[in-house]
Design a protein around this ligand. Sequence first.
Ligand code: NDP
Ligand code: DGY
Length: 329
Amino acid sequence: MKAAQRIMKVFVSRRLPPEGQKLLAQAENCTIQQWESDDPVPRAELLKGVAGAHGLFCLLSDSIDKELLDTAGPNLKVISTLSVGFDHLAMDEIKKRGIRVGYTPDVLTEATAELSVALLLATCRRLPEAIQEVKSGGWKSWTPMWMCGYGLSNSTVGIIGLGRIGMAIAQRLKPFGVKKFLYTGRRPRPECAAGVNAEYVSHEKLTEDSDFVIVSCSLTPETEGLCNKDFFSRMKKTSVFVNISRGSVVNQEDLYQALVTGQIAAAGLDVTTPEPLPTNHPLLNLKNCVILPHIGSATYSTRNTMAVLAVNNLLKGLAGEEMPSELKI
Ligand code: NDP
Ligand code: DGY
């Protein structure tokens, strides 16, 4: 006689992209409780849903902290997040409890790098401002210095965090005629850097020498607030700042001051603090600040692939098997 299978409880904190949803529906030996909405699960519902669960499927907007882990209790064995970033997970607490974590590296690298290039170009060539001028009648005639911006050709690009996405951004920017790539990180990465001939430098040198500064590092205690008054004051007045990492890497008050005082030329942000950014936030009044709603990985195919990977991480983890993408804790 076949041994009775243990039925495990899983909480899923959002409606998933279709391919992920389809795979989840085929899961065996699980009772799945899901917050079936495109809106974030309220904290109280998340806590209720996770109590006694063996598996948790979460998003970057869910804070997986000590309170939640205590509420989940000792059953919780696997957390699968629909993201490559894991700054929303209390890793020390997770490690203490021996919980396995799945995440989604690599599959979103190309989409995010592509969006980063689009944001950089939109910011340095002032596209949202120019489109608005066309619509509002501000376009009077072809005027020599009107709507001029800064181009990539012959420029120096500084990348903070030459990881998977940072490297993919550099590769995409190279054909635009970038003269020099600089990068920072916890340590030099000569094998990666060689592909774009990037030079490992200090944060100070990177900010001082770059025409474009792109932030693509992970959010950690060391990178939180890294882009502050001192950071912006070192940048050239003609330089353009882009952040696709996490909002908290930037001190937004200091960025606002740098933009209004002309300390830097412009900024493009795909990530902010908080998210969503309130519609009355001062940064939204600045013509030289382009803000996107965290859409780096937002292509149909990427989001479906992320969802399938994250569901597979969850199910393999619950089965005690190797996950396709397990975070090494
Ligand atoms: P990787 O782990 O490949 O890269 C992270 C990079 O951050 C590494 O190069 C690492 O440097 C660097 N880093 C860590 N600490 C520091 C530090 N103190 N100073 C400078 N650099 C540092 O991750 P990915 O490239 O896949 O993703 C990077 C981040 O991008 C994610 O963590 C996430 O926050 C964000 N992201 C945003 C998206 C969006 O939609 N806007 C989409 C996907 C990701 P080192 O090489 O020395 O370890
Ligand atoms: C991530 O994966 O960390 C992004 O921010 C969303 O794709």
